[in-house]
Design a protein around this ligand. Structure first.
Ligand SMILES: Cc1ncc(C[n+]2csc(CCOP(=O)(O)OP(=O)(O)O)c2C)c(N)n1
Ligand code: SF4
Length: 333
């Protein structure tokens, strides 16, 4: 009988359980005593990337802080599916904020803890891409600029999902949303608009910035733990597919997230004090069509008259990301 050799990624940095690894190297989720920061019974859609990303991120932050953690949460899907009054899925002190002021609430909690001399208790603030890149942006930039001792986590599903899939400034070009219709010469969301908050966070020279993805949960956990080693303002931007808003199969969440990285459309990296310090390399670069085709929000690019011109523009964006964020080589300097 022949046996298949164990491939490196079954025990390497890309996997979650890692029961083949030494216990000291295993992931947070492989521990029996993990915190389960977001309990089962919440109301997220099947296959929700945001629920998965938040659970891993907050569990990792709990692990890193010996469960001495307080969270502020912007309104959005994550809040609504976890806290329908009078219920809550959260297993940590958790504070509701407005749509736009989660960063300011985090700052306030950190200031109160400082006044009380409680340096052992740490703070995270979190929100969707709308709450982060649009309405919450001023509070977030202020938090960065003052270097407040808060880790801000953005769960990026590339639109305002909670209110019915409206465009945000993180919605990618050509994507159909309820407010960017798939009609006209340039259907879907416009090219050349929007903003990339990880780069803007780096421009504030804060101690730590990272991008992460639910396709690489072990990498995500490691980045949250690394973030908690710093004091001051930190930012993690997590890619979280939304089956409802993107028109993808609920079982495809991880595949889509992996393709976002492997095409170069969502680069994965870390930066410290404004400088890139590591990148997660793409194993085999995929053409952007592989990523776009399974998503109904891009279906108009593949209709009776396929839009090769727009697909080429998206490919150019992916190629530029790969170069800029050094996605074809492992980089640790
Ligand atoms: C000032 C204000 N405007 C609008 C709303 C309604 N609202 C609540 S959540 C939300 C969208 C949230 O989108 P996002 O931050 O991207 O999070 P997601 O639901 O996609 O996770 C909106 C528009 C609000 N609560 N407050
Ligand atoms: S709409 Fe999207 S982000 Fe919201 S719960 Fe459903 S899958 Fe998750």
């Amino acid at each position: 009988m022949t046996f298949q050799p164990i491939k490196f990624y079954q025990t390497g940095t890309f996997t979650v359980g890692n029961r083949l690894l030494d216990p000291s190297q295993r992931s947070v989720q492989s521990h029996r005593d993990r915190s389960n920061a977001i309990n089962s019974g919440h109301r997220a859609c099947q296959g929700c990337g945001e629920a998965l990303g938040a659970r891993y991120a907050v569990d990792a932050a709990m692990d890193a802080t010996n469960s001495q953690l307080i969270a502020a949460n912007a309104t959005g899907c994550l809040e609504v599916f976890t806290t329908p009054y009078p219920e809550s899925s959260w297993q940590l002190p958790w504070m509701h904020s407005l749509f736009g002021n989660a960063a300011a609430i985090g700052t306030g909690i950190a200031a109160a803890l400082k006044a009380k001399g409680r340096s052992d208790v740490r703070v995270i603030a979190q929100g969707g891409d709308g709450g982060t890149t649009d309405i919450g942006f001023a509070c977030l930039s202020g938090m960065f600029e003052r270097n407040d001792d808060v880790l801000y986590i953005c769960y990026d599903n590339e639109a305002y999902m909670n209110t019915g899939v409206q465009r945000s400034s993180a919605t990618p070009p050509a994507a159909r949303t309820a407010t960017t219709m798939p009609v006209g010469p340039e259907p879907g969301n416009a090219f050349g608009q929007g903003k990339y908050v990880p780069a803007i966070a780096m421009a504030h020279n804060i101690p730590y910035v990272a991008t992460a993805s639910v396709a690489y949960l072990r990498d995500l956990e490691a980045k949250v733990k690394r973030a908690m080693e710093f004091r001051g303002a930190r930012y993690i931007h997590i890619y979280v597919p939304c089956p409802l808003g993107w028109g993808t199969a609920s079982h495809d969440t991880i595949r889509i997230a992996r393709l976002a990285h492997e095409t170069g459309l969502f680069p994965l990296f870390e930066a410290e004090y404004g400088e890139l310090v590591s990148s997660l390399p793409i194993r085999k670069q995929q053409p952007v069509e592989e990523y776009l085709k399974p998503q109904r929000r891009f279906a108009h690019l593949f209709g009776a008259k396929p839009r090769a011109d727009l697909i080429a523009k998206i490919q150019a964006r992916a190629d530029a990301n790969i170069l800029k964020y050094r996605q074809l080589q492992r980089e640790e300097v």
